[in-house]
Design a protein around this ligand. Structure first.
Ligand SMILES: [Zn+2]
Ligand SMILES: [Zn+2]
Length: 164
């Protein structure tokens, strides 16, 4: 019998193996957050190598193109969920590069974060807890324990989808 090398693993499979479902309040579903390398230290876009010493690809663009086809020249992907490591194509839209740079982090958006948690819950009264100098949101704290469990279930589903 002729020897063959290991079958190359499809890129979608390789990407899905490194995604972690993180609850996204605005969408009421999951960000599939990339757990591998990124373009910047703790933010930026997820990257994945192709061949040995080959170019690196941006994982969110790969996922988009697998679903919708080639991204037209001059257009870029905007993450509506603001999670740049997210690979859930439902959270992305195409837009022109200039518009993307302007959206998102204006002074108004930054100011709002001080009075609200990252998910937009008001940080005051019974919903505010303070612990070791940190302020936090009780709604999110309660939800996160439940979500941790659901996240594991969603992860199993993600991996099941590719094994078919
Ligand atoms: Zn997302
Ligand atoms: Zn909250």
């Amino acid at each position: 019998m002729a020897k063959t090398g290991p079958k190359p693993i499809p890129i979608e499979t390789r990407i899905r193996r490194k995604l972690k479902p993180v609850w996204c309040e605005p969408f009421s579903d999951w960000c599939y957050e990339w757990q591998g390398g990124t373009t910047k230290r703790d933010r930026g876009y997820g990257t994945i190598g192709t061949t040995y010493k080959g170019p690196k690809l941006l994982v969110h663009r790969v996922m988009w193109e697998l679903k919708h086809g080639k991204i037209p020249h001059g257009l870029t992907i905007d993450h509506l969920c603001k999670n740049t490591r997210c690979c859930n194509t439902d959270h992305m839209r195409l837009m022109t590069s200039g518009a993307n740079a302007l959206a998102g982090n204006g002074p108004a958006a930054q100011n709002a974060r001080k009075t609200h948690c990252i998910n937009g819950h008001l940080l005051s009264g019974e919903n505010l807890y303070e612990w070791r100098g940190r302020r936090g949101c009780n709604i999110c704290r309660r939800a996160s324990a439940r979500l941790q469990k659901e996240s594991e279930v969603t992860m199993q589903k993600l991996l099941r989808d590719i094994s078919e």
